[in-house]
Design a protein around this ligand. Structure first.
Ligand SMILES: C[S@@+](CC[C@H](N)C(=O)[O-])C[C@H]1O[C@@H](n2cnc3c(N)ncnc32)[C@H](O)[C@@H]1O
Length: 544
C-alpha cells in the first residue's frame, strides 16, 4: 500500500513514496482521461473530481529517479496538453481535495506550478481548478454547492486509504448525473480480512461500502459482489475491475470502474486490457491485473493496436461459438465482445473472423463501393453454421469454374476479389499479392495462358490478358487447393460480372484459413456430388 508521509516538509519536498502498482493506477487514470477528454470536449461542462488527491507527486521507494505526477497533477497536465480541449469552447471544472493540511498546501503549490510547466496552458476560464481542504465524503456537497447545478458529465477518481471512507452512498451520488462515472479503489485484501473478523465496527464499515444496512456472514464481500451492487443500486449500467497485486503476488485492491455509458465501457476495457497485456503478455486468465511481483512497467503511449493477431483469432472464435448459424449486426457483435468476452472491441477481430471463414456473408449497404467493416453499422452479418460449412464448400467447388472463366484480364481478378470476402478481410495490396499467387498457380497448371514475363514485372494489376485454355475443363481442382473460396450470385454476375455485386458469401475452409492440401479437397468433392444430387439449383445465394 502507499506510504504517504505525514511530515511538514516544504511543499516541493513532499513526495509520496509508493509501490510500483501506484504508477500503474495513475497510468490507467491518465489513459482513460485522455479518451474521456476527447469524447466530451464537445460538451459545455466537464467535471473531474479527485477527493483523495494527495500531494500531487509520487516516487518509487528507494529510487529517486522514478518521480512522476500523482493523480491530481497528472490529470491537470493532461487537460492542459489535450489537443481536443484546446480547440473546443468547453469549460473543465476540476475539484481536488486533501484532508491533511500540510499535504493540502503541497498540492496547492503544485497546482499553481503546473501552469508554468506546460507549454501553452489552457486559460483559467477554460480550466478552472478548486482545491479543497475538507473531509470526504462531505466534500461532495461542497463541490455541488460550488457548481450550483448538477453537472451532466462528471468523472470521479476515489482513491482512499483503506475502505472506511469509501461509502456506497457517496458513490451513488457521484454516479447520479447523466454522464456520471467513477473509478474507485476497492480494498480487496482488507475487506477479505473483515469477512473473517468478529469486530462489529469493521463490519459496519464494510456494510457501508456495499450500501447494505448490516453486514451478515452471507454477504460475500468481494469485488464481484461490489460490482453487482453498483449495477443494482447505484445506477451503474456497466462495471469493470483491474486487480493490483503486491510483491508477493497477493491481490491488494481492485480499481473498479462504473458507468452508464457504453462508450465509456469500451474505452476503459481497452485501457485495462492493454495495460494488462503490456505488463504480462503471457497472461492467460484475462483477469486484468498488475503485480508488483513483476516489476516491469509499460511505456506510455496510446492504446491503439493493443490486440495481437492471436487475441483477434481467439476473440473471433468466441464470436463463432456464440453466433454460428445466426444473422446479426455489428452493434450486437460489439456488445457481445465487450460484455461477454475478455477482449476489447476492434475491427481486426471481424477481419480475423472473415479470414477464418466464420463469417458467411456481409451485406454492404454502401452503394456499390468496396465494403468496409466500420462503415456498415446496419449491415447484416451472417455467421456460418457447421452444416453450412460443408454445403458451401461443395457448392463453391461446383460453381467456381463458370465464374472464374469470366475473368479475362489481370485487373478482373483483382476487382472480383475486392467484391468478395477478400475485400472485407484484406487491404488492396494484400489482395494483389493473393491474386498474383492465383494467376501463377493457374498458369503453372496450364489452365490459363498469360504473358508471365510481363506479369512477373507488374507492380500493380493491369489490362494484361488472361486466356483460359479449355473452356470445358472444370477448374474446381484449382480452387480446391486455393485458400480463397468464394461464391457469388451467378445471375447477377452474368449481368454485371464484378462491380455490381452487393451480396457476397464468405465460404469456409479449415478453421485457420490456411491453404488446404489437395487430398482434403478431393475428399470434399464427394460432398459436392452429393449436393448436386440433392438440389438442382444449389444452396440459396440470398444472404438475408
Ligand atoms: C492514497 S492517497 C492518494 C494518492 C493520490 N491519489 C495520488 O495519486 O497521489 C490518499 C490521500 O487521501 C487523504 N485522505 C485520507 N482520508 C481522507 C478523507 N476522509 N478525506 C479527504 N482526504 C483524505 C490522505 O491524506 C492521502 O493524501
Amino acid at each position: 500500500m502507499n506510504s504517504c508521509s505525514q511530515s511538514v516538509l516544504p511543499p516541493s519536498d513532499q513526495i509520496d513514496e509508493v509501490h510500483p502498482h501506484t504508477f500503474i493506477k495513475v497510468r490507467i487514470l491518465e489513459r482513460y482521461l485522455n479518451a474521456w477528454s476527447a469524447k466530451f470536449s464537445g460538451t459545455t461542462d466537464m467535471v473531474y473530481f479527485d477527493p483523495f488527491a494527495g500531494v500531487g507527486r509520487i516516487k518509487s521507494k528507494g529510487s529517486p529517479n522514478s518521480e512522476a505526477d500523482g493523480s491530481a497533477i497528472a490529470a491537470l497536465r493532461l487537460f492542459h496538453n489535450h489537443r481536443a480541449l484546446k480547440n473546443k469552447p468547453v469549460t473543465i471544472r476540476v475539484f481536488l481535495n486533501e484532508r491533511e493540511t500540510p499535504r493540502f498546501h503541497a498540492l496547492e503549490s503544485r497546482v499553481s506550478e503546473i501552469k508554468t510547466l506546460v507549454e501553452d496552458p489552457l486559460p483559467e476560464q477554460r480550466l478552472k481548478v478548486t482545491v479543497f481542504n475538507r473531509e470526504y465524503p462531505k466534500v461532495i456537497d461542497d463541490m455541488f454547492h460550488d457548481l450550483q447545478i448538477i453537472p451532466r458529465c462528471i468523472f470521479s477518481f476515489i482513491d482512499p486509504y483503506g475502505y472506511k471512507d469509501n461509502t456506497f452512498e457517496a458513490i451513488r451520488k457521484l454516479l447520479s448525473p447523466q454522464k456520471g462515472e467513477v473509478l474507485v479503489l476497492f480494498c480487496t485484501f482488507a475487506i477479505a480480512k473483515v469477512n473473517e473478523s468478529s469486530y462489529r465496527v469493521y463490519k459496519e464499515h464494510v456494510a457501508n461500502v456495499f450500501g447494505l444496512p448490516i453486514w451478515t456472514p452471507e454477504l460475500r464481500a468481494d469485488v464481484n459482489r461490489y460490482r453487482d451492487q453498483l449495477q443494482k443500486c447505484a445506477g451503474a449500467k456497466y462495471t469493470l475491475h483491474f486487480s493490483m497485486r503486491d510483491n508477493r503476488d497477493r491481490r491488494i485492491y481492485e480499481l473498479v470502474y462504473a458507468t452508464k455509458d457504453f462508450g465509456g465501457l469500451k474505452v476503459m476495457k481497452t485501457v485495462m486490457y492493454s495495460m494488462s497485456q503490456e505488463l504480462d503478455r503471457e497472461m492467460q486468465d484475462f483477469e486484468f491485473h498488475f503485480s508488483d511481483f513483476k516489476t516491469q512497467r509499460p511505456e506510455r503511449g496510446d492504446t491503439q493496436n493493443t490486440m495481437s493477431d492471436q487475441a483477434h483469432k481467439a476473440c473471433a472464435e468466441c464470436l463463432y461459438d456464440h453466433f454460428q448459424g445466426k444473422e446479426t449486426t455489428l452493434m450486437e457483435i460489439e456488445e457481445h465482445v465487450l460484455l461477454r468476452t475478455a477482449y476489447p472491441y476492434f475491427i481486426g477481430t471481424l477481419k480475423a473472423a472473415a479470414a477464418s471463414r466464420f463469417i458467411l456473408s456481409a451485406e454492404s449497404q454502401n452503394g456499390g463501393r468496396r465494403p468496409k467493416w466500420n462503415t456498415f453499422q446496419s449491415s447484416k452479418i451472417r455467421f456460418a453454421s457447421h452444416s453450412q460449412l460443408a454445403d458451401d464448400l461443395a457448392s463453391m467447388l461446383r460453381n467456381a469454374a463458370g465464374q472464374a472463366r469470366r475473368l479475362r484480364k489481370v485487373d478482373d481478378f483483382v476487382e472480383y476479389a475486392k467484391f468478395t470476402w477478400l475485400g472485407l478481410a484484406y487491404t488492396v495490396d494484400e489482395i494483389w499479392t493473393e491474386v498474383k499467387l492465383v494467376i501463377e498457380d493457374l498458369h503453372r497448371q496450364g489452365k490459363i495462358i498469360c504473358d508471365m514475363g510481363r506479369f512477373s514485372k507488374a507492380t500493380k494489376p493491369g489490362k494484361l490478358p488472361v486466356k483460359w485454355t479449355n473452356e470445358k475443363e472444370d477448374i474446381r481442382s484449382y480452387f480446391g487447393v486455393s485458400s480463397r473460396r468464394i461464391q457469388t450470385d451467378r445471375q447477377k454476375m452474368r449481368q454485371h460480372p464484378y462491380a455490381d455485386e452487393r451480396k457476397v458469401r464468405v465460404l469456409p475452409s479449415g478453421p485457420s484459413g490456411e491453404r488446404r492440401d489437395r487430398g482434403v479437397l478431393e475428399g470434399s468433392e464427394e460432398k459436392n456430388m452429393e449436393f448436386s444430387r440433392n438440389s438442382q439449383e444449389g444452396p440459396s445465394h440470398d444472404t438475408h
